[in-house]
Design a protein around this ligand. Sequence first.
Ligand code: C5P
Length: 412
Amino acid sequence: MPQGSSILLIIGGGIAAYKSLELIRELKKRGCAVRAILTKAGHQFVTPLSVAALSGEKVFDDLFSLTDEVEMGHIQLSRSADLVVVAPATADLMAKMATGQASDLATTALLATDKRVLIAPAMNVRMWQHPATQRNLATLAGDGIAVVGPNSGDMACGEFGPGRMAEPLEIVAAIERLLDGASVSPPAPSLAGRHVLVTSGPTHEPIDPVRYLANRSSGKQGHAIAAAARRAGARVTLVSGPVAIADPAGVETIHVETAQQMLEAVERALPADIAVFAAAVADWRVASASGDKIKKAGGRAPALALTENPDILATIARHRQHRPALVVGFAAETANLVEHAQAKLASKGCDLIVANDVSLTGSGIAGGVMGADSNAVHLVSASGITTWPTLGKDEVATRLVQHFAALGAEWT
Ligand code: C5P
């Protein structure tokens, strides 16, 4: 991010406004100047005092007085920044932006600015999915407005799905990209015409009709990669184990339970140009699952004989007929991350390993990368190691897809 960049932050009225306070802190840490406009609804969620204390600047709102106009007109306010960021961008603000309304200070500044605008939408899942909001989103994208998020997950209103505002670090990363792109932002590398195959989530290996072996994978990272590849114009097939998150829009999603079924679905989906194996496939299954529920028998625990599951990544990376041009695996490690990833690169025969530093994000058992919203990764390939900072899983997905598209030139 260029030192001394200046951001005009418009805080709309949504519960996610509390995250905008964190966003101000992160931007200030990176040497940005932040001026904020608080909408009338925004006042219901955060106070001008907290915004002013964190930004170190006067907060502008609809009580914009004559003195303010003399010191700094609203036109100047909208143009003095390098970038205008709307976070949270409510359904109402998006609708007003899409129809060019100038009914208060925030919308007037958005209409008057000659700078790029980034919005971080946040709203109830039904409001987000409503055709009116999706129409407004398409209009805003057509106007050159950049968008970060929303993410999927539990919402403050008790529902589940897309609508959560992107995390502050994801918004910072999007701001960095826009600012580093100078005045003309380069178009994201496209995957149009490519077929991308992604595995995601855990597998469930049956013990008997009611019990199974599994792991804590949430599928968030794999699903985010599938969605990002779709956004980049690819045809995407997602083979997902049992997860509690929605199928990404526009992605052909095949639901499976076991590693064996996942392998079969992956083989059926070939050929593909890129295959990304983000699933946490169970290493073992019960050699012969019982057809009937296993009953307790006089205090004796049943002995479960395990047998190894097929390695889907290694199988596809060595596929004789249809090896994808780019095969990507994941490796979650707590120690000697890069060494293990390099060894895995060779043993699996893939082109790239995305290594998760699980030790950085949590303690292992229930915490950690599995189920979390952020991820710290290293990209390990024959040509070297690239380390990224801790980023939201959506941001990791977007960057990975850009990386794959950039590599495309090498494998066409
Ligand atoms: O060997 P390990 O499980 O650490 O390797 C992780 C990578 O291999 C991930 O990309 C995972 O999706 C893939 N994998 C697979 N089939 C397995 C085991 C792992 O595709 N049976």
